[in-house]
Design a binder for this molecule. Sequence first.
Ligand code: SF4
Length: 305
Amino acid sequence: MSIDLVSEILRLKEEKDYVILCHNYSSPTLYPIADYFGDSLGLSKLAAKTSASRIMFIGVTFMAETALILSPETMVQQASSSPHCPMAAQLKQEQIKEFIEKYPEAAVVTYVNTRAEAKALSDVCVTSANADRIISQLDEQQILFGPDANLAAYVQKRVPEKEIIPMPGPRGGCYVHRQFKLEHFEQVKAQHPDAISMMHPEASTVLQDTSDYVLSTGGMERLPTEIDAQEFIVGTEIGMVDRLAHLFPDKNFYPLFTGGICYQQKKNTLYSLYEAMAFDRNVVRLDPDILLRATAPIERMLELS
Ligand code: SF4
């Protein structure tokens, strides 16, 4: 006997008092059951002020950990088991400690796309939406920043008065955005010469420099409401193209590269979500000391952004 997964999920949502937070890269099949969509920053803010008994996070593990850090009394679950972002695993505590030893005067700034252990050693966390704004407000001139080297380069350009030192180094980054090449851009632009291009700062600096706009996914969601344009080239994970097409059905959105798929995000399906809700699976847990020490840098981010 088959069950109507959407109806069952909505029933469990009501019965167990869930708020369902869904990252912008999620599959459109999950749209009917989510309460909120957004980028890491927007969803972090929602997690901090929810009154629901449980948070279900449709995204990857660092996002769900951030939700738990901001709402430690709430049960936080993930929609699939271990959807770990490979970039978040690139910055380890030992590496950060080595950098701190080498640059003792520097501020430690971590991209929110890190595991809680890295956040616990940070002075402040940032997202791609607020990294330049937050770093420009810090007193320190030297900034240890990781793990995404392309985002580090973007911030360096926007905040030239600071010295941005990438951790762990130039190879830190997202495998999805690092696949994007100038040839992809040139091909799509040749097919759609009037399209406005928006690029995520995790893409290469060449692509950042070539595009009309460099934006977080939250910024990509706002741009079609801010400018008079009908066509857009989207330089980020393919799920964002679906999200934008859903939000703006009268406009056209073209992926920079159709192979730009995050397989960790795509682990989240209606069925894995149903199982997590029905059987209380994929509960996010953190060492209490790590959780406590990771709280201040995230709260500081929310204050400064
Ligand atoms: S798109 Fe990249 S940074 Fe985002 S979750 Fe996937 S691997 Fe991580």
